[in-house]
Design a protein. Structure first.
Length: 99
């Protein structure tokens, strides 16, 4: 979000984004973290909001037929979230490997 955003404004936007993410049938869970971590390892401010998005396997065929892979889902989500002024989006396309 814009680096000048207040905590109050940032904390009102984060639930809106969670709701948008949860509106996709492919999404199973959404979690978010606003600001920096408690351990002080990252000097970021309230403008930083990270989202964890759990997804169903694409073989489940959840959602519209035009979204059949993660890249398409990310593009669709980015198109919606760009309507929030001042928000810069970044994504991680690879899911962490489970032991």
């Amino acid at each position: 979000m814009p680096y000048t955003i207040s905590f109050e404004e940032a904390s009102s936007i984060a639930p809106q984004i969670r709701d948008i993410l949860m509106s996709y049938p492919q999404v199973t869970v959404v979690g978010s973290e606003l600001g920096r971590p408690d351990d002080g390892t990252d000097p970021t401010g309230f403008f930083n909001c990270e989202f964890y998005v759990g997804l169903k396997p694409y073989k489940d065929k959840a959602g519209p037929a035009q979204i059949s892979e993660k890249k398409q889902l990310i593009e669709s989500i980015n198109n919606i979230l760009t309507t929030f002024p001042g928000i810069i989006l970044s994504t991680i396309l690879n899911r962490p490997k489970m032991p």
